[in-house]
Design a protein around this ligand. Structure first.
Ligand SMILES: [Zn+2]
Ligand SMILES: [Zn+2]
Length: 169
């Protein structure tokens, strides 16, 4: 198994390598100029993705006001991936960052999990919302982002009442 312990050097940082398409073992499932998304190698839920900025940012404590748009883009990509994977229950998802020292890789990554209610029991402690370990992307922001992502896609993909209700508002 790949050693995932932190190395601050961008030359050996596994997430920098993945961002540059240089890790043969990782399938990038979504990508744009700034970000890549791939599956967590140790999934904690049926759907578990990581969204990573191509820029080497150490962790969420390195973020400042100038990163707001980046974090929004990360959340948006996470939502888009969930959408692509057929996840329609937006209330049963979890998006967040681990807080140092509980980070496995020293390169900022947003965890995107669904369904949140099916996070595996032995991993649950790692993803308790807004605990000292795990800080979630604001729930209201997620709902807004989801509506935004959704508008960009085709409405018929969704079939749940919850989503249908939201369109009518
Ligand atoms: Zn890196
Ligand atoms: Zn992590």
């Amino acid at each position: 198994m790949t050693e995932l312990n932190s190395d601050p050097s961008t030359e050996t940082c596994i997430f920098c390598l993945i961002s540059k398409g240089q890790d043969k073992n990782t399938e990038v499932i979504k990508e744009n100029k700034e970000l890549v998304c791939f599956r967590d190698i140790v999934p904690a839920a049926p759907h578990h993705y990581l969204v990573v900025p191509k820029e080497h940012i150490r962790d969420c404590l390195s973020l400042h006001a100038g990163h707001v748009d980046l974090v929004k883009m990360m959340a948006k990509m996470g939502m888009a991936v969930l959408h692509d994977q057929g996840i329609s229950d937006v209330k049963d998802i979890s998006l967040g960052f681990h807080q140092p020292p509980y980070t496995s890789v020293a390169h900022l990554h947003l965890h995107v999990l669904a369904p949140a209610s099916q996070i595996y029991e032995d991993m649950e402690y790692k993803f308790i919302p807004n605990s000292y370990r795990f800080v979630t992307v604001n729930a209201i922001a997620m709902t807004t982002l989801y509506a935004f992502v959704w508008e960009e896609h085709y409405l018929e993909v969704f079939s749940t009442n919850e989503i249908t209700k939201r369109t009518n508002e």
